[in-house]
Ligand binder design. Structure first.
Ligand code: GLP
Length: 240
C-alpha cells in the first residue's frame, strides 16, 4: 500500500485526477469504478478541466458506479447516478453506453445486482476502482460486519451512515442500498482510496494501520496488491 499525504483537499484532488488521467493514457479502454459523496468532488472537477483541455480522452473508458440507494427514483438529485452524471460524467466525452449504474428502480434489485457482477466480468473486470471511506470504515455501502468475500448485493444502512446521509436526504434517508461487495472491490486490478478532513482521521488510521477486521471494512485494503491511498494532512493526522 502506497500512502501519499497532501497539504489540503484541493491538491489531493488534483493529484488524484492526474493519477486517473495517467491510467487512462496507459490504457485508453480503462474500466473505472466511480464513487459519490464529497470526497471525489475536487478530483472530478479537475478531470472535467483536463478533458475540456484535451489532456485526457474518455471516449473509450467504461465506468461502473460503486453503489446506489434503494427506495429512491434514479432521477432523485442525490441518487448516486444523478450525482455521478452531474459532478462528472455529463461533462466528459464518454458515450452513454459506457456508463454503468446499479439499477435501484429494477423490479428485482437482487437480480440487478447479479447482472451488474456479470457486466463487470463481461468487460474484463475493473482496472481502477476509486474509493472513499465512511466514518465507520465502510467502502461503498459495505457496512461493518460485511464479509470480505461479499459480492454486489442489497444491504441495510447503519445508523452512522443514515445520520451522515441526512445532509442530503433530510428526514427521507434511504434505509437500504445496493453496493459492489468487498470481494468485488478487491478484484479490481488497482485501487485509489481518497480521504480528506479531520473527521476521517481516526477511521483512516484504523483502516490503514489497525488489524484487518470486518469491523472496519476498509482494513481489507491492506491485503490488496496495488492500493494507493491519497490523504490530506488532516485525514492523515492520526497515522502512527
Ligand atoms: C457514502 C458512500 C461511499 C462514500 C462514503 C464517504 O455513504 N456510499 O461510497 O465513499 O460514504 O462519503 P464522503 O465522501 O461524503 O465522506
Amino acid at each position: 500500500m502506497k500512502i501519499f499525504v497532501y497539504e489540503n483537499r484541493e491538491i489531493l484532488g488534483k493529484e488524484a485526477a492526474k493519477f486517473i488521467a495517467s491510467a487512462i493514457r496507459k490504457n485508453p479502454k480503462l474500466v473505472l469504478g466511480l464513487i459519490t459523496g464529497e470526497t471525489p468532488l475536487e478530483c472530478y472537477r479537475e478531470l472535467v478541466r483536463m478533458c475540456e483541455r484535451d489532456e485526457v480522452d474518455f471516449s473509450q473508458v467504461k465506468t461502473f458506479a460503486l453503489d446506489e440507494y434503494l427506495e429512491l427514483p434514479s432521477s432523485h438529485p442525490y441518487s448516486c447516478k444523478s450525482q455521478l452524471l452531474e459532478t462528472l460524467l455529463r461533462y466528459l466525452n464518454i458515450p452513454h453506453k459506457n456508463m454503468h449504474f446499479l439499477d435501484a428502480s429494477s423490479p428485482n434489485p437482487a437480480s440487478a445486482c447479479q447482472a451488474y457482477e456479470e457486466e463487470i466480468k463481461r468487460v474484463g473486470g475493473i482496472d481502477l476502482q476509486l474509493l472513499g471511506i465512511g466514518l465507520n470504515g465502510h467502502l461503498g455501502l459495505n457496512e461493518p460486519g460485511s464479509p470480505f468475500d461479499s459480492r454486489t448485493r442489497i444491504v441495510e444502512l447503519t445508523e452512522t451512515t443514515k445520520t451522515y446521509l441526512a445532509r442530503y436526504f433530510g428526514e427521507r434517508v434511504p434505509k437500504k442500498g445496493m453496493t459492489m461487495g468487498l470481494g468485488t472491490i478487491m478484484e479490481a486490478r488497482e485501487i485509489l482510496l481518497m480521504a480528506h478532513g479531520q473527521a476521517k482521521a481516526d477511521i483512516v488510521a484504523k483502516a490503514l494501520k489497525g488489524p484487518v477486521t470486518t469491523k472496519v471494512p476498509a482494513s481489507i485494503l491492506q491485503r490488496h496488491p496495488a492500493c494507493t491511498v491519497m490523504l490530506d494532512k488532516a485525514a492523515a493526522s492520526r497515522l502512527p
